[in-house]
Design a protein around this ligand. Structure first.
Ligand SMILES: *Cc1c(COP(=O)(O)O)cnc(C)c1O
Length: 404
């Protein structure tokens, strides 16, 4: 995009957008305004969990739209109670607070942890330990939690009370956990924006033990990994180490903006009437769609099928990486949260994929992220593989010619 058209834009220039606009979507397919069809393997950055225009979600949204949109949380919202009950039934949690986004779910998680210690007689315990490369959102508290300089720069003093440790530095973690001001440890079971970097399951088990030893609350950020994305309802199930508090968003609304903070009764004990609130969070429209998403994801055999398809996709990608080692270094991730660690710049691969008719998302650590809908078929995975192969070949050929 040239400078003049940027200057003419009515929008904040906070995004370097691709010069491409979409008109409609169906399942894994996206159609651009100029009529081109793309396989969408980015899912609006892990949001369109069940693809575009899933009939069950469309039906739920339409039906609710004709009844009631918004009443505020001053009244009971039956869809909210129902969705909370279903989340609780299928996770570690006893209580839920609904939000409109991931960052707000994290804000609630952070406040819940601090408030727990406050009502336990330890107001001095407010610090949250986080990890380098993490991403927790763009509010003032969540950029402090993520701790990345590029997101903090120019926005005034960093919100106090967040301490980043190096990813995988067990020694530093054990030392930090002895601090008398520590309220919680906040971690993504698999870093999403950070480059699909997974925490080994035994490390999550160790983290759980460490928290129990020191009376620290364990918070998982499952905004990206939750609701079946990794082949389990929540990614922590791969380790068996449950948190005290968890943030979920993105896929949980299947494209409708919503999030949730989940907690045990004990961890949520400080969140009493008047301590927290939201105008829109948990509104009837969002709850109708959230319940419809769970109808699909929690159906008998659905997640098993996701794991089966994910294995096929990852095996095919691994064999592609073997054939184009000058382009793709390795394959990472769990379930249908897949990362291609690149040799060539990830931005070049994403452009080549787009030319081949595939939409993918970048991530840190020079990774290309593939987040297909959980409903992708084996046939669509084969087609995606053909296109990914053609993109890899495009990037490989000049290199091979140069070395010949
Ligand atoms: C996207 C994301 C967030 C922030 O969610 P928003 O809805 O953009 O506020 C937080 N944590 C993780 C792990 C995410 O992937």
């Amino acid at each position: 995009m040239d400078q003049s058209s940027q200057d003419n834009s009515p929008l904040f220039q906070t995004y370097a957008r691709a010069p491409l606009a979409f008109e409609r979507g169906e399942g894994v397919w996206l159609e651009s305004r100029d009529g081109r069809r793309f396989l969408d393997l980015s899912g609006g950055i892990a949001v369109n969990l069940l693809g575009h225009a899933h009939p069950h979600l469309v039906e739920a949204l339409k039906a609710q739209a004709e009844k009631l949109w918004h009443t505020s949380n001053l009244f009971e919202i039956p869809g909210q109670t129902r969705l909370a009950e279903r989340l609780i039934e299928n996770t570690f949690a006893d209580k839920a607070f609904f939000t409109n986004s991931g960052a707000e779910a994290l804000e609630c998680a952070i406040k819940t942890a601090r408030r727990y210690h406050y009502v336990s007689g330890h107001p001095e315990r407010y610090r949250i330990i986080t990890f380098e490369g993490a991403f927790h959102g763009r509010t003032l508290a969540t950029i402090a939690a993520g701790g990345q300089a590029k997101y903090l720069e120019g926005f005034g003093p960093k919100v106090e009370g967040f301490d980043q440790l190096r990813f995988g530095d067990h020694e530093a973690l054990r030392l930090a956990a002895t601090g008398s001001e520590v309220a919680a440890i906040l971690i993504e079971p698999i870093q999403g924006e950070g480059g699909i970097r997974g925490v080994p399951p035994q490390c999550l088990v160790g983290l759980r033990q460490l928290c129990d030893e020191h009376g620290i609350l364990l918070i998982y950020d499952e905004v990206q990994t939750g609701v079946g994305r990794t082949g389990r309802f929540y990614a922590y199930e791969h380790s068996g180490a449950a948190p005290d508090i968890m943030a979920s968003a993105k896929g949980i609304g299947g494209g409708f903006p919503m999030g949730v903070c989940l907690a045990t009764n004990e961890a949520a004990k400080g969140m009493t009437a008047g301590t927290h609130g939201t105008t829109y969070g948990g509104n009837p429209l969002a709850m109708a769609v959230g319940n419809a998403v769970l109808d699909v994801v929690l159906a008998e055999g659905f997640l098993e099928e996701v794991r089966r398809k994910a294995l096929l996709f990852k095996q095919s990608l691994a064999s592609l990486a073997d054939r184009f080692p000058d382009v793709i270094e390795s394959i990472r991730g769990e379930g249908l949260l897949i990362g291609l660690k690149m040799h060539v710049p990830n931005t070049r691969m994403i452009a080549a994929l787009r030319d081949a008719g595939v939409v993918a998302a970048p991530a840190g650590d020079n990774v290309v992220r593939l987040l297909p809908p959980l409903t992708i078929t084996v046939e669509e995975i084969r087609l995606a593989m053909e296109r990914i192969e053609s993109a890899a070949a495009d990037l490989s050929a000049p290199l091979q010619r140069a070395s010949a």
